[in-house]
Design a protein around this ligand. Structure first.
Ligand code: C2E
Ligand code: MG
Ligand code: MG
Ligand code: MG
Length: 283
């Protein structure tokens, strides 16, 4: 009987594996179709200047309007997209959409439009040989000035092969676009790469801000990183501000740009435009 049970358990395990594989293949093909079927959505989250509270920039964040599961956050499909290489196509879509949307907004209503938009680039994308041409194409077809586009890369990506990456980024910067280090401080990286890699923007990760108000040591750390960025001549954006207290502390530290739920959640561009057009009732 014990032997039979073992066998049953194995069969169950095998069935489960089989199911998981099928569900993965199903997800994969549905995600592949999502791009062509127009199921991707771009949300924009404001980047706000301190202390005047004005929206100066925006970050483009992808969503998937999945007919089976509703609106999905990137955490639930980006990993699969990265494994399968589909991320390159997704990033391209977001890039075009971001350039097109912001250019249109700047033309329609320069007073409320963000001065820049940032898009996230995956590791796979940085390795695509015609990346620079793609970016140039997105800029020329949309008409968005290059200085209004920021490309966000995480430090883990930047650390891969510093010489190759530095050359790649220099090529991109020659177009006039800006490069941001995203999630700064979360990778196991040395600071040495800041010397070799050409960047314009430092985005301090949310994890530095969570729990900051009750922790003097953490405040000193955040303060030091902000000053470091400023001394290197970088634009520093602090991510993940959820409370007024955090904003007040950052303001005292001389932080100039913030992003977070306290300032505004990611929403469709139309919604953000309506919010900006309304008489100031912001945070
Ligand atoms: P990220 O680039 O660091 O984007 C910031 C993430 O933090 C977003 O999550 C945003 O909604 C969230 N966030 C902003 N403020 C707050 C806050 O105050 N509190 C909290 N708890 N969260 C906040 P989202 O949209 O789920 O995106 C997660 C990650 O997925 C992004 O992190 C980025 O790495 C990736 N991602 C998003 N869109 C794209 C894309 O188009 N291409 C690629 N390659 N990756 C993307
Ligand atoms: Mg980002
Ligand atoms: Mg980030
Ligand atoms: Mg992140």
């Amino acid at each position: 009987a014990a032997k039979d049970q073992g066998k049953n358990r194995f069969l169950t395990f095998e069935n489960r594996m089989h199911e998981q594989l099928l569900s993965r293949l199903d997800q994969e093909s549905r995600l592949r179709d999502a791009v062509h079927r127009g199921e991707l959505r771009m949300h924009l989250q404001p980047v706000v200047s301190v202390p005047d509270g004005q929206m100066v920039g925006a970050e483009a964040l992808v969503r998937w309007q999945d007919p089976q599961h509703g609106l999905r956050q990137p955490g639930s499909f980006i990993p699969l997209a990265e494994e399968t290489g589909m991320i390159v196509e997704i990033d391209r879509w977001v890039l075009m959409e971001a350039c097109r949307t912001i250019k249109q907004w700047q033309d329609d209503d320069p007073a409320t439009a963000p001065a820049w938009v940032s898009v996230n680039l995956s590791a796979a994308h940085l390795e695509v040989p015609d990346l620079t041409d793609r970016i140039a194409y997105a800029l020329s077809t949309s008409g968005l000035p290059a200085r209004c586009l920021v490309l966000e890369l995480t430090e883990t990506i930047l650390m891969r092969d510093i010489a190759v990456t530095a050359a790649r980024l220099e090529e991109l910067r020659e177009l006039g676009v800006k490069i941001a280090i995203d999630d700064f401080g979360t990778g196991y990286s040395s600071l040495g790469y800041l010397r070799d890699i050409p960047v314009d923007v430092l985005k301090i990760d949310r994890s530095f801000i969570t729990g900051m108000t009750g922790n003097g040591r953490q405040q000193e750390l955040v303060n030091a990183v902000i000053q470091l960025g400023h001394m290197l001549g970088l634009r520093v954006v602090v991510e993940g501000i959820e409370e007024a207290d955090q904003l007040a502390l950052l303001s005292v530290m001389g932080c100039k740009f913030v992003q977070g739920y306290h300032l505004g959640r990611p929403v469709p561009a139309d919604e953000l435009r309506v919010l900006r057009a309304a008489p100031a009732v912001h945070a």
